[in-house]
Design a protein around this ligand. Sequence first.
Ligand SMILES: Cc1cc2nc3c(=O)[nH]c(=O)nc-3n(C[C@H](O)[C@H](O)[C@H](O)COP(=O)(O)O)c2cc1C
Length: 212
Amino acid sequence: MNRRNFIKNSLITASVMALGAILSKFIPQEINKENKMKILVITGSPRINGNLNTLVDNFIKGAKENGHNVVRFDSAFKNVHPCIACNKCGMNGDCVFNDDFNFIKENIVDSDMVVFATPMYYFGITAQLKAVIDRFYSINGKIHTSKKSALILTYADTSASEAEPIKNHYEVLLNYLGWQDVGQIVASGVWTEGSVNNTDYPKQAYELAKKL
Ligand SMILES: Cc1cc2nc3c(=O)[nH]c(=O)nc-3n(C[C@H](O)[C@H](O)[C@H](O)COP(=O)(O)O)c2cc1C
């Protein structure tokens, strides 16, 4: 190979390598953009600095880091009237109550994922979260669409069997709606505010979001 060809080949190799380096930077971002989801997180704990919210904050941190668009509804601090079974909505229409459920109505239909997050109260989900889920009745005709979902649960006892009724409710609900479970953080043994900080659960919540 003469000097001229050597320089030419070197330049071509360098150009291809530079182009490869540039593309490798951009291609993962393009893939990430395609996978970017709108995630609606519905929480049910009235303890602002409680265990549930710590897990939710960690989940949201991970989701945002991965470029997802997260919208959050803290039902314990909202005005959501319980469903009164008047059936005026016909399961797909205007509800007689004009309250904070409007936020769910505006954000759930185009969400790609819905997270249900609740402490255990007497072996069930909290009344605040249940009120929101019951009001799904008025948008029932709009939400049987493909969505991902996750459950975040906190409770004081350590018996795994006590979490089964809530997990079962969540799974039956998803089955009815046609949504796909992508993960469950079931944090047992957390009673007092902040006790979840001494566990691995915040990391699990963060990692669940990172692997979406
Ligand atoms: C009204 C009430 C009912 C509860 N019921 C249960 C229960 O049935 N089983 C349990 O293990 N913990 C129960 N707990 C404890 C909470 O689930 C636990 O403290 C949880 O970590 C609270 O989450 P938070 O800090 O996000 O509010 C109850 C707490 C309250 C206030």
